[in-house]
Design a protein around this ligand. Structure first.
Ligand code: ZN
Length: 120
């Protein structure tokens, strides 16, 4: 999946026609966009979406299309994956000052966003 595919699926599956922004590509090669309902979605260098704020998701494409719905299902509190805010920056840090990611190293935040959530 890429940004255009996600755009198409949002329209087809959810009748969402908001233009997805290309927010840039970070140092690790992940392209960042934002779901219209304010949840960050990334596309990895090998393809495939990632929703770093969501704690777990069995199907990454579905998680990208329903990123806002999945984020709402996050359990409250601090876990090894996910974030308190749906908006995650290109340094893998979210914008909630209370989130555990604020105290983590770059490597820990990368694992939090990219790897752990995808295991469901
Ligand atoms: Zn966070």
């Amino acid at each position: 999946m890429d940004i255009q595919t996600l755009q198409n699926e949002l329209l087809n599956q959810r009748n969402i026609n908001t233009q997805l922004p290309n927010l840039g590509t970070n140092a690790e090669g992940y392209l960042f966009t934002r779901h219209p309902n304010n949840v960050t979605v990334c596309f990895g260098p090998n393809g495939g979406p990632i929703v770093p704020a969501v704690r777990s998701y069995p199907n990454a494409s579905e998680a990208a299309i329903y990123a806002d719905v999945y984020f709402q299902k996050n359990r409250a509190g601090d876990f090894k994956s996910g974030h308190r805010s749906g908006i995650v920056g290109m340094n893998w840090r979210c914008d909630d000052p209370q989130c555990i990611c604020q105290k983590e190293t770059d490597d820990e935040r990368f694992r939090r966003g990219v790897y752990i959530g995808r295991r469901a």
